[in-house]
Design a protein around this ligand. Structure first.
Ligand code: GLA
Length: 391
């Protein structure tokens, strides 16, 4: 196994008599109190295995000055682990996934991946653009889901390390060829993950095309702020959204933007995820729980707060900031204990939640939804930040 390591020793600072443990402080570094050690930012690259088509898959371990880490692999642009402190400074891995590449290759409900070319569903797997009807691969009954049979979550991305003054990251690039999964145009996509020294996971998405095509890229991380100790029903969620897009039985939006007021879809005030998930409400029945797109209350075109989730037993909090118009809140309803994830843990029903920032599902077939069409000469640029803290 080859290991290349970059270190920025200049960032190593010792505060208040703390020990310097460059590179050896793995998962329980002190982050508060008198023993505060500011560590070096660090990028470590190892081989994680081979993809089914024989390509090397690399694993980047990013470490910030607070000792938080993210591991990201080049297969699927997948965040394999994310260690963040709780209110006592205890680091835990707060995303679901597998210990090794084989797990991801065997079966994965998009754990930690970048999904594309079009995240979420396109009804009947077809759309008409500039008078031409395109037929996409269908992989969700008659519909197209998360880019099709071999979406961006199942390809090996090109990689390069990213050093910034405020964090370390990896830039991942993928050329999706004209016709792939039925989409028109060669799409060059770049996704940059940055683990900042403020305990943020920042994701910048960029793409260009040589023919008009729909594009909707998102991150499909499953979070469990307890560190995977129990289901996510006790997590308290706020969604900054007064409306959502109701769906039909195939989870395709009907086209309406429905007010959440007076329904169990209303998360404008912080509410435990489990409080109303089983109530008799048609949209919850259709989704098997929460699996819907919320229409974000936005001010202007920049980053705006989409969601905040806090976990009472650990004090961990994640805020989601995005330039996108929507967020898919998925409560892990399809998890049923058949998947054994990291550390041999069975991922039971609703063991993780996803907050997938996005354009609304099925936009290519919904003229009243904001457009997802990227044309030659245009730049697809979006940013989402998952900001972690503990209280
Ligand atoms: C998205 C979809 C869900 C499901 C999950 C993965 O959130 O909306 O229906 O496909 O991904 O299982």
């Amino acid at each position: 196994m080859s290991t290349r390591t970059w270190r920025l020793a200049a960032f190593a600072v010792v505060l208040a008599g703390a020990m310097i443990v460059l590179g050896s402080c793995k998962s329980s570094c002190p982050i508060s109190g008198s023993n505060v050690a500011k560590q070096a930012m660090d990028i470590d690259v190892t081989t994680f295995g081979k993809s089914p088509d024989g390509k090397e898959v690399r694993l980047y371990t990013l470490r910030n000055t607070k000792g938080a880490t993210a591991t990201i692999m080049t297969y699927g642009a997948i965040v394999v682990s994310l260690e963040m402190p709780d209110s006592k400074g205890q680091m835990d891995d707060i995303v679901l996934g597998y210990d090794n590449l084989d797990g991801y290759l065997e079966v994965s409900p998009y754990f930690g991946a970048i999904v594309g070319r079009y995240g979420n569903r396109i009804g009947k797997g077809e759309f008409t653009l500039d008078g031409v009807t395109y037929k996409l691969a269908t992989n969700d009954n008659a519909n197209h889901l998360h880019g099709g049979i071999k979406g961006f979550d199942k390809v090996v991305w090109e990689d390069k390390p990213v050093w910034k003054a405020d964090g370390v990251g990896v830039e991942l690039s993928y050329l999706s060829k004209d016709g792939e999964e039925g989409y028109p145009g060669n799409l060059k996509a770049t996704v940059t993950y940055l683990l900042t020294n403020k305990n943020e996971l920042r994701i910048d998405y960029f793409a260009t095309t040589d023919r008009a095509t729909p594009v909707n890229l998102t991150h499909h991380g499953y979070f469990n702020l307890t560190g995977g100790e129990r289901d996510i029903l006790g997590h308290v969620l706020m969604l900054n959204a007064d409306r959502f897009t109701p769906v039909d039985a195939g989870l395709i939006p009907t086209g309406e933007l429905q007010p959440v007021a007076g329904t169990p879809m209303d998360f404008t005030k912080p509410t435990p995820i489990g409080e109303r998930i089983e109530v008799d409400f048609e949209q919850l029945k259709l989704g098997g729980g929460y699996d819907h797109n919320w229409v974000l209350n936005r001010t202007g075109g920049g980053l705006s707060l989409a969601a905040r989730v806090s976990e009472p037993t650990t004090g961990r909090v994640v805020e989601v900031w995005t330039t996108q118009p929507g967020v898919q809140f998925y409560a892990g309803n399809f998890l049923d204990g058949t998947i054994t994830g990291k550390g041999g843990r069975g991922y039971q029903h609703r063991w993780g939640f996803c907050l997938e920032t996005q354009h609304y599902p099925d936009s290519p077939n919904k003229p009243n939804f904001p457009s997802t069409i990227l044309r030659p000469g245009e730049r697809y640029e979006t940013t989402t930040i998952y900001r972690f803290s503990a209280k």
